[in-house]
Write a protein that binds this ligand. Structure first.
Ligand code: NAD
Ligand code: ZN
Length: 367
């Protein structure tokens, strides 16, 4: 396959990062540096898991004039849900906050990114779904991931589903990238085992897709290779959730995000998006389900993926699309082939010849 050096030619990365066990304690000082006499309020978006289960929410440096919002991540972000959260911030805060903090997984980190853009740019979330539609920098924002894999802490997008149009697309913009990331592997200790694997494998899948693509970037390739090396160490080991492995996976997630900030994904993500849009499957588990049908596209990685599943004894749902009505297969087809950029990256401009409706149906049935 010919490699084209015409992918993302000028990539934006996170401005500052801090890495280490316990580093969440740095947050107070970072926020103090942003607070001023004129503007002191900070808005925290925290995954709802921390409302009941742990003391993390109590450890956050929330001051009286701040706003703490627990984000319900039962379902993945929607444009409507984000508009409602932004309305809540506007109602509670007298002025645009001096900083936003996202604490959680991809869903919460994306919510904070979208809110930061909307607070300064105005309008509704759906107006910014696409490439480079955000006109002004968002509110200064800090990410604190509590689960590793999506790389949302490092990318230039924030994925949201528009229920009205059926479009699952983020605000792809340099302004969407976090200003500061705090990577503290203490925070991922409580992630349930299957979820840990599904989300962690998002990093692996981004990078196998990226490295097999036509549109490449030498720096993106280097990020991808290192991400894959770390994922192999974690998922082929005896205890993927040991402190050392949680540390490695947090780095892999961050570098994997850096990889997709400078290149594109491939065949897995479009199929996975179909499962999400049509059947409501969450992104990371949908990727793993999709891997059941990816042998012909990624043969070596297909085998490696399933040996990691065996090694970790995790559950990957099966049979989601084995017996659907014809119209559902049509919807699945439409919501897969709509992702032209990654499919062209993986299969070339004639990708529709390879992914005919009948072939696509058969691949979904294999999942
Ligand atoms: P998530 O944010 O959807 O959370 C998954 C589950 O893990 C939730 O139930 C949450 O409550 C729980 N959880 C999170 N941290 C926990 C902890 N420390 N202990 C116990 N439970 C915890 O998870 P995700 O897989 O990281 O994110 C998926 C989302 O990320 C999707 O919406 C997807 O579209 C998005 N995504 C974004 C990008 C990007 O570049 N912006 C890339 C890939 C995926
Ligand atoms: Zn992904």
């Amino acid at each position: 396959m010919k490699t084209l050096r015409t992918g993302i030619s000028n990539a934006r990365h996170v401005t500052h990062y801090s890495f280490g066990f316990g580093n969440r304690k740095l947050l107070a000082n970072l926020l103090d540096a942003r607070r001023s006499d004129e503007n002191t309020s900070v808005v925290f978006f925290v995954d709802h898991h921390f409302e009941k289960n742990e003391t993390l929410a109590d450890q956050l440096p929330v001051e009286q004039e701040d706003l703490l919002i627990f984000v319900d991540t039962t379902n993945e972000p929607t444009t409507e849900g984000i508009d409602q959260l932004v309305a809540q911030v506007r109602e509670k805060c007298e002025q645009i906050p001096c900083a936003l903090v996202g604490v959680g997984g991809g869903a919460t980190l994306d919510t904070a990114k979208a809110a930061a853009n909307l607070l300064t740019n105005g309008g509704k979330a759906e107006e910014y779904q696409g490439w480079d539609l955000v006109k002004k920098p968002g509110v200064y924002k800090i990410a604190i991931p509590t689960i590793s894999g999506t790389g949302a802490e490092a990318t230039r997008t924030c994925v949201m589903t528009n229920k009205r149009t059926g479009l699952k697309l983020g605000m792809n913009s340099d302004y969407t990238v976090y200003d500061q990331v705090i990577l503290d592997p203490d925070l991922t200790a409580t992630v349930p085992r299957d979820q840990y694997f599904w989300t962690g494998m998002d990093a692996y899948i981004h990078c196998i897709e990226s490295l097999a693509g036509h549109y490449r970037n030498a720096i993106g390739d280097a990020f991808s290779r290192q991400t894959l090396a770390l994922c192999r160490e974690v998922f082929l080991s005896d205890d993927m959730q040991s402190p050392e492995n949680r540390e490695k996976l947090m780095v892999a997630s961050y570098l994997g995000g850096g990889a997709i900030a400078s290149s594109y994904v491939g065949v897995v993500h479009p199929f996975s998006a179909g499962l999400s849009v049509v059947l409501g499957a969450h992104h990371c588990v949908a990727n793993c389900i999709t891997m059941r049908a990816m042998e012909e596209f990624y043969p070596k990685e297909f085998n490696e993926f399933w040996s990691m599943v065996d090694q970790q004894q995790v559950h990957i749902p099966k049979g989601l699309c084995s017996d659907l009505q014809e119209e559902k297969y049509e919807l699945l087809y439409d919501s897969t082939v709509i992702h032209e950029k990654p499919l062209t990256n993986a299969l070339g401009e004639q990708f529709r010849r390879i992914l005919s409706p009948s072939r696509t149906k058969e691949l979904f049935q294999r999942m």
